[in-house]
Design a binder for this molecule. Structure first.
Ligand SMILES: Cc1cc2nc3c(=O)[nH]c(=O)nc-3n(C[C@H](O)[C@H](O)[C@H](O)COP(=O)(O)O)c2cc1C
Length: 192
């Protein structure tokens, strides 16, 4: 059975465009799938304790480090178990929301989700599909002021997830039909 990991990151809760599009996308493709949901708002920013715990092998951790690494362990396991990752990531101040950045900081664990070879980095999360569902007020996605979707796409590629589709709800203030267009883009997706 296919497992879909649905990640919301908007601070706007029920009023969020990306949360709504994420839900529609998962409903559209999830014919016979297990859905795992996580709200990324409120994830802790990286601290020294968290970073050290995250990079210490489980067998070598102190009890306090084990506790600190619990969240990262869970987040990494969720991505590893997913076949499809759906990430709602609106443009906040030209980049990704802080929850998405915190998620990236927890997921990137050397030796687990990526490693380095003689020829460069090797992502370990292969054979997955990702959707980035993004919305913005004025910044067009993929324009030179969009540091959000390219950042997330590059990060996913670093981990080995290169099959990425962007659902584009960018520039909502300029195009009153943009949410509808993003919904149309989603409704064309095939169920899994
Ligand atoms: C904190 C914050 C920062 C934002 N920064 C930008 C920005 O830099 N560029 C832009 O085009 N829109 C910006 N916006 C507008 C949002 O991208 C837009 O409202 C989008 O719909 C948010 O997605 P959501 O509805 O899922 O929360 C910002 C909104 C918020 C709340």
């Amino acid at each position: 059975m296919t497992t879909i990991l649905q990640l919301d990151s908007s601070a706007s809760g029920p009023d969020s465009v990306t949360n709504g599009l994420n839900a529609l996308l998962v409903d559209t493709i999830a014919a016979d799938a297990t859905i795992v949901y996580r709200d990324l708002t409120g994830l802790p920013a990286l601290s020294n304790d968290l970073l050290v715990a995250n990079n210490t092998p489980a067998a070598d951790r102190t009890p306090a480090q084990n506790q600190a690494a619990t969240l990262a362990d869970a987040i990494i396991s969720e991505v590893e178990a997913a076949d499809i990752v759906v990430i709602g990531s609106p443009i906040y101040n030209f980049g990704v929301p802080s929850g998405v950045k915190a998620w990236m900081d927890l997921v990137a664990r050397a030796g687990r989700t990526f490693s380095y070879s003689d020829t460069g980095p090797v992502g370990h999360l292969t054979d997955k599909k990702a959707y980035i569902v993004s919305a913005s007020g004025g910044v067009a996605l993929n324009s030179e002021a969009d540091f959000g979707t390219p950042h997330l796409r590059t990060f996913l590629g670093f981990l080995g997830i290169t099959n990425v589709t962007v659902i584009d709800a960018g520039g909502l203030m300029m195009d009153p039909d943009k949410v509808q267009k993003a919904q149309d883009q989603i409704r064309e997706l095939a169920p899994v």
